[in-house]
Design a protein around this ligand. Structure first.
Ligand code: SF4
Ligand code: SF3
Length: 542
């Protein structure tokens, strides 16, 4: 076995990628990512043992977030970038260690590496399989993946100048706990719940950061066709990158289209003032190989999900920023004030052909918490009159497995008196179907990106209040969630922390769940997988 990774839904055979990632991650990248995680664990040990006040640790806090984020599935495939990040983390660790005069640290707090070869060698001993007990490994990894998702959302909030130091403290504490051999299954289950608690805090922080800067999402019709001008396609989740790109392209001959998880940017009032912000091109991340070929212009990845490009021509049109990276693609770095210079992207766009149209028409979204609260009377009346019988939360991720056709079929077969609440790129499985509306309320309500699952939780809590229920599980809401990468893990843990039970998770249960840990999730939280659409429909509606 040359590598081991089982952090995403597409992991090989459902158990682990051992030679090369199904995602395209090489053995070397996988190992460097393992070492980066080990390095931040060492940094966390120094922060915790040195009793540092996290409010004084800007560099350590921010680089910890970035490190965790870089290892999320499909975010960063660039060995050089990961190697530099390891070096940076170790330098911060050693500086703090010296400042606190710490000694007696574990290997993670002490180790040093030189060149790439020594890093890869070191990584072999510190990866996922370094934890021998299967159940402890399962819990440790579930928490680690939750931390990665939490770090991603916290990093986006940071880009908007918003921080919550309690989240940083928790991340350090959890990273240290992940190497504490005295902690057994019960303590790790408790830590899993606390991870969910801070997941809610991270999503709330990002929601506040986004809405305070860009306004509350509102019902918006988004064009999915094209117009005849050269253009830039922006993908990923970072709205500050979009803002800067729109500022730098406004009044020019270059249009900007969103792709995949950037679609919900159209719902924010702030971005509507840009005349060249014209629509959404394409679908969820996994269709990018074909869609980038017909887009014709440059593509900017602000975060995951990158699919390794098949041709040099397309690779040459891909730019990355933030935690994203791909070897051979230009990475745009922020200056000390967070400013990014996108002139190379814009210059390339000016020389490109306009996008080729692949579809036409529009899709509607923008049903985040405030917009739904504004419609609350209508929604409550529809529930009371029986016009709406049930809500289905179908948030999460999309992916390339054929078994995900289940979600399209499920959406199509749902009775006409049900409403889908969605967020994340999972929506692309049904957001272009004609599912109609119920008294003017569309049957697919898209709250936004995966982090906007927070909105769906707030909507559930609001309905619980309106109907004066004591338990969120008494609501006519069912959860049929699709997952792929680690942001979905933090969304799931957040929902569990909020007390949501009987979540169905598909298209397959995580490979990182050991049989015993899966049993705990089933018994304690009623977690289930998916079956056939017809069988599940009976379970959900029975
Ligand atoms: Fe495999 Fe997923 Fe890990 Fe990629 S991220 S190596 S596909 S488990
Ligand atoms: Fe999608 Fe990658 Fe998860 Fe933010 S873009 S939801 S998979």
């Amino acid at each position: 076995m040359s590598m081991f990774c089982f952090q995403c839904q597409e992991t090989a055979k459902g158990t682990g990628c051992q030679v090369r990632g199904v995602c395209g991650k090489s053995e070397e990248v996988a190992k460097l990512q393992d070492l980066l995680i080990y390095s931040v664990k060492g940094l966390a040990e120094v922060v915790v043992k040195g009793k540092f006040d996290v409010k004084t640790l800007n560099q350590a806090n921010h680089e910890t977030l970035k490190s965790l984020f870089m290892t999320i599935t499909n975010a960063n495939f660039d060995e050089d970038a990961i190697e530099s990040q390891i070096t940076a983390v170790l330098a911060i660790r050693d500086g703090l260690k010296k400042e606190a005069g710490l000694s007696g640290l574990s290997d993670a707090g002490n180790f040093s590496v030189g060149d790439r070869v020594s890093m890869v060698e070191k990584a072999a001993a510190v990866g996922v399989l370094a934890t021998e007990n299967e159940d402890v490994r399962s819990l440790r990894e579930m928490i680690t993946y939750g931390l990665k998702g939490m770090a991603a959302y916290t990093h986006h909030a940071l880009n908007l100048g918003k921080e919550n130091f309690e989240i940083y403290s928790f991340i350090y504490e959890a990273l240290v706990a992940l190497r504490d051999n005295s902690l057994g299954a019960d303590e790790l289950v408790a830590l899993t719940m606390r991870t969910g608690e801070f997941g809610v805090a991270a999503m709330a922080l990002l929601d506040g950061a986004n809405t305070s800067k860009y306004g509350n999402p509102e019902i918006t019709s988004v064009n999915i066709g094209v117009r005849n001008k050269p253009a830039i396609l922006i993908s990923g989740h970072d709205l500050t990158d979009l803002e800067q790109l729109l500022e730098q392209t406004k009044g020019s001959s270059v249009d900007v289209y969103t792709h995949s998880e950037m679609l919900p940017a159209h719902y924010y009032p702030f971005f509507k003032k840009y005349e060249n912000f014209v629509g959404n091109y394409g679908n969820a991340w996994w269709k990018q190989l074909e869609e980038f070929a017909t887009f014709n212009g440059p593509i900017l990845f602000t975060t995951n999900c990158i699919v390794p490009p098949r041709s040099q021509e397309i690779q040459g049109r891909i730019f990355t920023s933030g935690a994203a990276g791909y070897p051979g693609c230009v990475h745009i770095v922020a200056d000390e004030n967070g400013k990014k210079d996108f002139s190379a992207v814009i210059a390339m766009a000016k020389k490109s052909k306009a996008p080729t149209e692949i579809e036409s028409g529009s899709i509607v979204g923008g049903f985040a918490h405030e917009q739904v609260f504004a419609l609350a009377d209508k929604v409550v009346d529809a529930v009371k009159s029986g016009a709406i019988k049930k809500f289905f939360v179908m948030a999460g991720c999309d992916g390339r497995m054929k078994s995900r056709e289940y979600y399209t079929e499920f959406a199509e077969k749902l009775p006409k008196d049900t409403v889908i609440l969605t967020a994340g790129c999972a929506k692309y499985r049904y957001n272009k179907l004609s599912l109609g509306d119920i008294g003017g309320i569309p049957r697919v309500l898209d709250a936004g990106q995966c982090n906007d699952s927070y909105s769906l939780a707030l909507i559930a809590l609001k309905l619980k209040e309106v109907f004066a229920l004591s338990d969120v599980n008494e609501l006519p809401i069912a959860y049929n969630i699709a997952w792929y990468e680690q942001k979905a893990v933090i969304v799931l843990l957040a929902l569990l922390f909020l007390g949501v039970k009987n979540i169905h998770l598909g298209p397959t249960l995580p490979g990182f769940l050991s049989a015993n840990v899966a049993k705990v999730l089933v018994e304690k939280f009623g977690i289930a997988g998916i079956g056939t659409v017809d069988d599940d429909m009976k379970i959900f509606l029975g």
